[in-house]
Design a binder for this molecule. Structure first.
Ligand SMILES: [Zn+2]
Length: 268
């Protein structure tokens, strides 16, 4: 039964992921979200067989059936990521009661927004305001969500400040570097992450994001042996999002924050 519901969650996530991918590709292009999907190269309208998430890409070996032009890896990647994240969120935040279900829905909705942000940032190196503000708002909302039987809780001052505190260093870097090291979008993203994870979790997520980004940059340098210059502007959004989910879903802690915990739990 559990296996079946996990499989169902994955399929649901992958189908929604397929839609999110289209949103990320059509966002700010003037194209609507509706309308039949077609090949980007030959405009051939796709049949349902070519629209099955992940599966179609594998069967067609990543190429259009008609014109054989290659299909972006972004399709199966986002669809697979959405499937996995849906499974994990439903596993960690199961909708066991009506109150719990609200939290589940907030997390699922946030995941959808973040997937579009990650895909868009990776491609365009910018985070759309409408998306990141939606995410931040969901984070703020989560601060007020009760646990157990209560719908609502009065947040501590530190859980309210967690967002701004986590966003501040990014905003500072943005000002100091005049936007060349960090985009302001990363600060807005950190705002929501702070609210979702609290200060301790937020610091862990950001640290993880830097480590993963640095590791990938080094591997990239070694693999290309410096023949390909690393892109001067690395979109940091996807790493921040990855860091957030490693902390949120697996509770990974890379820095011991006992000292901080003492300050923040002192009942302020
Ligand atoms: Zn085609």
């Amino acid at each position: 039964m559990i296996t079946f519901s996990l499989l169902l969650s994955f399929i649901l996530g992958a189908v929604i992921g397929s839609f999110l991918n289209v949103v990320s590709l059509r966002l700010n292009t003037g194209k609507g979200i509706g309308g039949r999907s077609a090949c980007m190269s030959c405009d051939n309208q796709l049949t349902w067989k070519e629209l099955v998430p992940i599966f179609s890409f594998m069967v067609q070996k990543g190429a259009c059936k008609k014109c054989k032009s290659s299909i972006s890896w972004q399709y199966p990647l986002i669809e697979g990521a959405a499937g996995i994240i849906f499974v994990l969120i439903l596993w960690v935040f199961p909708p066991i009661s009506l109150q719990a279900a609200v939290t589940t829905v907030i997390h699922l909705f946030a995941a959808c927004v973040l997937l579009v942000i990650a895909a868009y940032d990776a491609r365009h190196k910018i985070i759309p305001d409408a998306l990141v503000y939606t995410f931040s708002f969901l984070g703020l909302l989560s601060v007020f969500m009760g646990s157990g039987a209560s719908w609502f809780q009065i947040p501590t001052i530190w859980s309210l400040l967690a967002g701004p505190i986590l966003a501040f260093p990014f905003a500072f870097l943005w000002v100091v570097s005049k936007g060349t090291w960090m985009g302001l979008g990363d600060a807005k993203l950190a705002l929501g992450i702070g609210w979702f994870l609290g200060i301790g979790g937020g610091i862990n997520a950001v640290t993880l994001a830097f480590w993963i980004a640095a590791t990938i940059s080094v591997v990239w340098l070694l693999m290309t042996r410096g023949s390909l210059k690393p892109r001067t502007e690395i979109p940091f959004g996807p790493y921040l999002i990855l860091g957030m989910y490693i902390v949120l879903l697996f509770g990974v802690q890379v820095i011991d924050l006992e000292a901080l915990k003492f300050i923040f739990s002192s009942g302020v």
